[in-house]
Design a protein around this ligand. Structure first.
Ligand SMILES: O=C(O)Cc1cc(O)ccc1O
Ligand SMILES: [Fe+2]
Length: 445
């Protein structure tokens, strides 16, 4: 066995296997007969395994999500005494920096990795919103990863993580199995799940939405019906994979915004079989089927929602994850790019690759922008002029993918975002040359 790999039921250690279906009740075993049938908690489990439940929702919540795990050692054996450690670039809400103002339109160039960084040391928080202690809101991060975690594991008690790779390829070796993810794919890592992150192709860069609140779910499609947007079958959970390795290891826990570390004598990725509906997932964004205007006008971008995390108030998301991908533009007599607007929600955008229609220049792959609550924004001068004057045949918006983390809570810049990250100081100039066309006479100008 390779030192840092999981053994799978077919004996291979490098090719992850996946099971389809968002929210499915999965069952999977890496050794035959390891999964109890007909019950969860038999007096003795086969192979001498321990049964352990991982509850991702309150026991009594409608539609509970939980997974039963059958493992070599119970997790409690993994958690002796915790020692506080510092990961100064990973911040949690509430976090308002005195001399950094979040009121403004902001844009950043891609952040580059500096030195050797792991999933933990390479996490750079850009914004935080809400409050991790009351389980509302989110944080937006950029990750820069050059090194695999070695005998080192992590879980977040605070949050589920939505991972949006932009460069490089990562492996999430989790308690429930392996997920490999690369640009144009996403991963969703649930609260409480232990994993290590390995670099398959580096350096790796991407974005993370850390969701402190209720889990991401597929949006209701309303009148769209039962199909399109993100279809449940395109989400994949890993098959069970475990390792039986007795080596000194560390487990880092994120808990109420603080990081603590404990030492254990073995790999915690020791779940041989599991069943349930609380699992990590990956999704290929190329499977997303956009629905949009086919005659005139520009619908609200909620039509491009991939996943939504509810806030408790119907229709008002704690977070929407929205995808602007390749699509045909066919609307007649229409200004086709996003309109100018102010929004009660706060919009953080990232560019995965290509050109975004409202910002042909400056919003580059790996870059980000922030348009906070009720701050006006919209197409830059070039986009406005082009879209106002072009001949409107069917146009393919091709080779492009950007996304938005949109939250009902204002997003506060971290010190890193305000002072260290490559902010474009001249961003708001992209609108200054929009000139007055009005001269009191009717007619289109
Ligand atoms: O570029 C943005 O600001 C995101 C966005 C896209 C869109 O199509 C409509 C509104 C909107 O906020
Ligand atoms: Fe917007």
């Amino acid at each position: 066995m390779e030192q840092h790999s999981l053994i799978q039921s077919d004996g291979s250690s490098t090719t992850p296997g996946y099971m389809p279906g968002w929210g499915n009740d999965f069952e999977t075993e890496a050794l035959p007969g390891a999964l109890p049938q007909g019950m969860n908690s038999p007096q003795k489990v086969n192979y001498g395994l321990y049964a352990e439940q991982l509850s991702g929702t309150a026991f009594t919540q409608p539609g509970p999500e939980r997974t039963w795990c059958y493992r070599i050692r119970p997790s409690v054996k993994h958690t002796h005494r915790f020692e506080r450690i510092q990961l100064p670039y990973w911040k949690s809400a509430p976090h308002v920096v005195e001399d950094v103002t979040s009121l403004g339109q902001y844009r950043w160039n891609p952040i580059e990795a500096d030195g050797s960084l792991t999933w933990l040391t390479g996490m750079r928080t850009m914004t935080t919103a809400g409050d991790v202690n009351t389980q509302v809101g989110m944080a937006a991060h950029v990750y820069l990863v050059t090194e695999s975690m070695k005998d080192s594991y992590f879980y977040s008690a605070d949050s589920e993580l939505l991972v949006v790779p932009q460069e490089g390829k990562l492996r999430f070796a989790t308690e429930l199995g392996i997920l490999d993810v690369e640009p144009k794919e996403i991963a969703i890592i649930p609260r409480g799940l232990v994993y290590r992150v390995e670099v398959l192709e580096g350096p790796a860069r991407g974005f993370v939405c850390e969701n402190y609140g209720a889990k991401f779910d597929l949006p209701d499609r309303g009148p769209i019906g039962a199909n399109c947007l993100a279809n449940p079958r395109d989400f994949k959970a890993p098959v069970a994979a475990f390792e039986d390795r007795d080596v000194p290891s560390t487990v880092t826990v994120k808990w109420c915004g603080q990081f603590h570390e404990t030492h254990i004598g073995h790999s915690p990725l020791d779940i041989v079989a599991w069943h349930g509906n609380y699992a990590p997932m990956k999704y290929d964004l190329r499977a997303y089927c956009p629905v949009g205007a086919i005659l005139f006008d520009h619908p609200d971008p909620s039509i491009f929602t991939v996943l939504t995390a509810p806030s408790g108030q119907p229709g008002v998301a704690n977070i929407d994850f929205v995808l602007f991908r390749e699509r045909w533009l066919v609307a007649e007599d229409t200004f086709r790019p996003p309109w100018y607007h102010k929004n009660v929600m706060s919009e953080l955008m990232g560019n995965i690759y290509g050109q975004y229609d409202a910002k042909p220049e400056g919003f580059v792959p790996g870059g980000m922008s922030l348009h906070n609550m009720m701050l006006p924004h919209g197409p830059d001068m070039d986009a406005f002029e082009k879209a106002s004057n072009s001949n409107l045949g069917p146009d393919k918006l091709d080779r492009t993918m950007s996304f938005m983390f949109e939250t009902r809570f204002p997003q506060h810049l971290t010190e890193f975002a305000g002072k260290e990250a490559p902010m474009q100081d001249n961003y708001i100039d992209c609108w200054t040359s929009l000139e007055k066309k009005f001269d009191g006479t009717p007619g289109k100008k």
